[in-house]
Write a protein that binds this ligand. Structure first.
Ligand code: ZN
Length: 473
């Protein structure tokens, strides 16, 4: 007896070379795993279930994967953009007054936002993850988490742009220990829904000694390393000044380029550096919306795809991207890369969909567990309503327009039901595990109080403040 069967739906299995559409399909789930996938008539003939979910005029597909998100910065949404000094002058004044409680409150709403647009797996990269991870257990999401490790004092607001970051080994050790504690306490917890990675923040933000220590620990725990790499001219500038080398050649020299590395951004990577990284087996995580807004740059994803399929999309943090919705990320990624190549044929919709499902799962080392609808895999699924204006019309012949509509038209609000590890966490757009209204109201209050505390710290000459004073905002 199965726990439930979702039937009469259009399945996008993400199996095979493309997206694996199966019309009038059914998925049967027992416990936290998919037991059967097939034609509805066959599945209901062979299996009985405690519950039947009718998916007529609905799409059933694997839950989406956000390969890079800092949910702890959710509370800072909209406070730093339209500036060329995003981090130092935009973000840092607010970071100075950001409390752990603010991070928890912002993270909860950030995860809710993402779940409501179909995200079921999060690579959450933030601090203090020992606390933030509890939001994932509360809501019921799958998360690959790490503590962000660097060797710098938290308050760098007095540091001039371009000046070398000061390193303090005692801070590095403290943060490393927090990542290890996370690993000891949370790895494979919640029925395997929570897994832990090592999280060095970037090659520019810690000493070579600490980076090597992190690498040795990732090998010891047989886990992956989630790290920003070549994430902007800020980083390259620091690397050249400190080591006389750009980030990727430096990482190659110290043995970091291999299957364990999840390299985020590559904003400043050259074509050659991108190829070296891709050929090493490392993963590229592409955050199109965030890097577009923060840097006005389109990272070298096309170059990476010339040598590897280990590419996953991430929404990054709310104060950069301003939006943690993978439908938004899919559309951005397709359009920006078509524009960059001046070629509308590149980054087709089916390939983009793989970058948030099966290709992402494989890139993150989870390909055997999630990313497609296949018997034996974990039951992480979403159901989308096709009777929404964004999904009309639905045509099957001579061309099936379902996937282009999903990537170029859907907003995420078409997602009705979200299932993670066999558990329903959203039905009819109502979250079942958390009080959404309360979470939103708490975040409004915490955000307003935080802005008040930061008001004397924000530079008056930043673009946002200037626009404010001139009456444009
Ligand atoms: Zn990031």
């Amino acid at each position: 007896m199965l726990d439930f069967i979702i039937m009469n739906g259009t399945l996008i299995t993400m199996e095979g070379r493309g997206v694996g559409v199966l019309e009038d399909g059914a998925v049967g789930v027992k416990g936290n795993r998919i037991e059967v996938v097939g034609e509805t008539s066959e599945v209901v003939k062979q299996y009985k279930a405690h519950r039947y979910v009718d998916a007529t005029r609905k799409v059933v597909m694997p839950g989406l994967i956000d390969a890079h998100i800092h949910t702890g910065l959710g509370i800072l949404r909209g406070l730093s953009q339209d500036t060329d000094q995003w981090m130092q002058k935009g973000l840092w004044p607010f970071m100075e007054v950001l409390t752990s409680q603010d991070r928890m409150i912002g993270s909860l709403v950030n995860i809710i936002e993402a779940v409501k647009s179909g995200t079921t797996t999060f690579c959450d990269y933030d601090s203090p993850m020992l606390e933030l991870v509890k939001n994932h257990t509360l809501i019921g999401t799958r998360a690959r988490v790490c503590e962000m490790i660097n060797e710098m004092p938290d308050d760098l607001s007095g540091l001039a742009v371009g000046e070398l970051y000061p390193f303090d080994p005692s801070i590095g050790q403290q943060k490393l220990q927090a990542n290890l504690k996370l690993m000891e306490e949370w790895h494979q917890r919640e029925n395997g829904r929570i897994t832990c990675l090592m999280g060095p923040q970037g090659p520019d933000m810690m000493s070579k000694e600490l980076l090597l220590e992190v690498k040795a620990l990732a090998e010891k725990y047989d886990t992956m390393i989630h790290m920003h790499v070549a994430q902007g001219d800020r980083e390259i500038n620091q690397m050249i000044k400190r080591y006389g080398k750009r980030s990727i050649p430096y990482l190659e020299e110290i043995g970091y380029l291999n299957r364990r590395l999840m390299a985020v951004h590559l904003t400043e990577a050259t074509r050659e550096e991108t190829h070296v990284l891709g050929k090493s087996g490392a993963t590229m995580i592409l955050c199109s919306g965030s890097i577009g807004i923060i840097d006005g740059i389109i990272p070298p994803a096309a170059e990476f795809l010339e040598v590897s399929d280990h590419l996953a999309l991430g929404s990054d943090q709310a104060p950069g991207n301003n939006c943690n919705n993978m439908f938004n990320e899919m559309k951005f990624t397709a359009i920006l890369n078509k524009c960059k190549a001046k070629d509308p044929k590149v980054f087709p919709a089916w390939k983009i969909l793989r970058m948030v499902t099966i290709d992402a799962a494989r890139a993150l080392g989870l390909g055997h567990e999630i990313g497609s609808l296949l018997p034996g895999k974990k039951a992480d699924m979403i159901i989308l309503d096709l009777d929404q204006p964004t999904m009309v019309p639905l045509v099957h012949k001579p061309i099936r327009n379902l996937v282009p509509n999903l990537v170029y038209s859907a907003k995420g609000s078409e997602v009705e039901t979200v299932i993670v590890d066999g558990q329903f966490i959203m039905e009819n757009r109502n979250l079942l595990t958390v009080d959404e209204k309360h979470a939103v109201s708490q975040a409004h209050q915490a955000g307003a109080a935080l802005a008040e505390r930061a008001s004397s710290l924000v530079d008056l000459d930043t673009p946002l403040m200037t626009m404010m004073q001139q009456g444009y905002l």
